[in-house]
Structures are given as C-alpha cells and as structure tokens.
Design a protein around this ligand. Structure first.
Ligand code: MEV
Length: 332
C-alpha cells in the first residue's frame, strides 16, 4: 500500500542464513570457500516511526524473537548494542532525513551470533526493506555495497562471503581478490540435508578473525600451508558436489574440521558434537563460520532425524537444513 507521498506504509524483506561448507577464515586470506543458504533467516518490517519520536531520535530498530535487543536508537542514552547504533548511523548517512522516520522491526528464525550468517542476513534484509519502503529501485551492486559496509561495521574485516551467499540465495564458491571477489554458483547433483547443532555463543566474528590474524603473524608459513590445504579441500569439494559424491563431501568436511582445530577455532564442545554426529552415521561434521562456539554442521545420509535427536538428547539446540539442487532461497 502507498501513502500520499507514494511510499509504502509497511515494507517487508527477508534474507536467509548460511552455512560455510569449507573455507571459513581461510577465505579472508584468499582461499576458495563454499557456502550455502539455509532455510531459516531474518525478516525485517520497515514502517513509519511515531511522529513524536522522529525529531529527536529516529531511526529505530526493534529486535524481536531470537533477535531480542529491545529498541535501539542512535542517541547515546539509548540502550542497545553499539554496533547496531553504528549501523543506524550508516543508514542515516545513506538515506539522510528519510531515515529519521523509520521504525525497523527485526525478527526471524535464525539464531543470532552462532556463525549462521545472522549479521549478513540482517544487513541484506535491512537494506532491501528500506529501499522497498522508500519505493526506490535497488540495483544488485548497490545492495552489495551497502551490505559490505554494514558487514564491516558488524565484522571488522569481512571477506564478503556471508552477504554474497545470503544475497544470491544459492550454493556458491567464493574467492576473494585484491578488489572484490570471484563468485560462481555450484549446481548440486543431489539435494543435501545438514543437521545443525548449536554449541553456544561465540566471541563474535570480529574477534575470531582478529585473533586468528594475530596467531597467523606468529606462524606465518604454517598458517599459509593450512590455508592452501583448505583451498585444496574446496576444489575437491566443488567437484564432489557437482558429481553428487556425498560420501566425499562428508570426508572432506572431516578433514576441514581437522584443519580448523589446528587453527585453534574448535572447542571441546564442537569436537564433542562432531563425535556425536560421526558416531551416529553422519557422512561428515565440522564447525561452520567463525568458530570458538557457534554451530556444528553434520551431513546426513538419510539419518537426519536420528542426528537431530542425538543432538537434542545431548542437550543442544538442533536444526535441520535441506539444500535443494538448485537452491533459490531468498524467499522473494
Ligand atoms: C564468517 O561466517 C566467515 C569468516 O570467514 C569471516 C569472513 O569470511 O568474513 C570467519
């Protein structure tokens, strides 16, 4: 519905979460990575802020559901995470006065802060929602630029893979370049089912990337070799996905997890969840995303319910994510 200024009174947008099959962290240093969208994500509704709040405080973000963070305004007195205030300042810079009148409600089914792409999904859904509310056309490159800027606020030094997979809504291979990245879709031969277990919150992607950078500086050559190894796994995995070699995909996930452990990104809990998954017949299991907590992904082989129940029985939140061969999971 349009109001008398030709704008929508409420605009909705959605972006999915993601899992990284191989290459997290190594991708920041130029290794190839493979990522997939998952069928839970972030929903945003953009609407007018009540008049009495516009002059002094707008815009406002209200987080609901798993995103519960109350109401956040840009002013210093407002509660709410500092990164979200910085994101609102960016939105003010981009949209000017029009942004002051926005109330942005965030909800969804994606657990935030668990390495499942919640900040990338939020960045993409926010920008899409605001453009839609203002009835402005949104070019892909413009969405990319703003999503990268918001991810930089949330992450510090993003490779760009998270918002690339979230924007594209399909399985992608991603390789960062000096400027930008090479990104191409991978057509799976078969659908895949992953069972996710949430190991708990991590210390934030920003910190994980920064601390890995410090460790790397102490052992430059060794880290470079590990990244080359992960790049090789990504090459093999791309082929295995295209050919429908599920067992190879799983085996490569297990090898990747070994490397991630060597990079000090795993935790005893993550190792325990990988062991539970492998004991119950998962084809492979590894952490996904920033590590140090977050989520584990297990590739199921017709035993997704058994894996789901095993994670639950061990006391962990679990989700099942199905990836169809030609995924287009943007939902719009
Ligand atoms: C986080 O989902 C993936 C990392 O590789 C960071 C990035 O690539 O921006 C840890």
């Amino acid at each position: 519905m349009l109001n008398d200024l030709g704008q929508a009174d409420v605009a909705f947008s959605y972006a999915p979460g993601k899992i990284i099959l191989v290459g997290e962290h190594a991708v920041v240093y130029g290794a190839k990575a493979i990522a997939m969208p998952i069928d839970c994500g972030v929903r945003v509704a953009v609407m007018p802020l009540p008049r009495n709040k516009v002059e002094s405080r707008g815009p406002m973000v209200r987080g609901l559901g798993p995103f519960f963070m109350g109401d956040t305004y840009v002013d210093a007195d407002s509660s709410g995470p500092q990164v979200l205030k910085s994101a609102l300042l960016y939105i003010l810079e981009v949209f000017g006065d029009a942004a002051k009148e926005l109330a942005i409600v965030v909800d969804g089914s994606l657990p935030p802060g668990r390495g499942l792409g919640s900040s990338a999904a939020l960045s993409v859904a926010l920008i899409k929602g605001i453009y839609r509310y203002l009835s402005r056309p949104l070019e892909r490159e413009v969405l990319e630029k703003h999503a990268m800027a918001l991810e930089t606020i949330f992450h510090g030094r993003p490779s760009g893979i998270d918002h690339a997979v979230v924007m594209g809504g399909r399985v992608i291979a991603f390789k960062k370049r000096e400027e930008g990245a090479d990104i191409w879709p991978i057509a799976l031969k078969n659908s895949l089912t992953f069972v996710l277990a949430i190991a708990g919150p991590h210390d934030g992607t920003k910190n994980a990337v920064k601390e890995l950078g410090m460790r790397k500086r102490r052992q430059e050559k060794v880290y470079e070799r590990i990244f080359l190894g992960l790049n090789e796994i990504a090459n093999e995995m791309e082929q295995a996905l295209i050919e429908g070699q599920k067992a190879s995909v799983g085996e490569l996930m297990n090898i990747a997890q070994g490397y991630l452990n060597a990079l000090a990104l795993s935790t005893p809990e993550i190792e325990k969840l990988c062991a539970i998954a492998r004991d119950r017949g998962a084809l492979g299991a590894k952490l996904t995303g920033a590590g140090g907590g977050g989520a584990v992904i297990a590739l199921a082989d017709g035993n997704d319910l058994e894996l789901f129940n095993a994670f639950k029985a061990a006391g962990y939140q679990s989700l099942i994510a199905k990836v169809p061969p030609v995924a287009d999971m943007c939902g719009e």
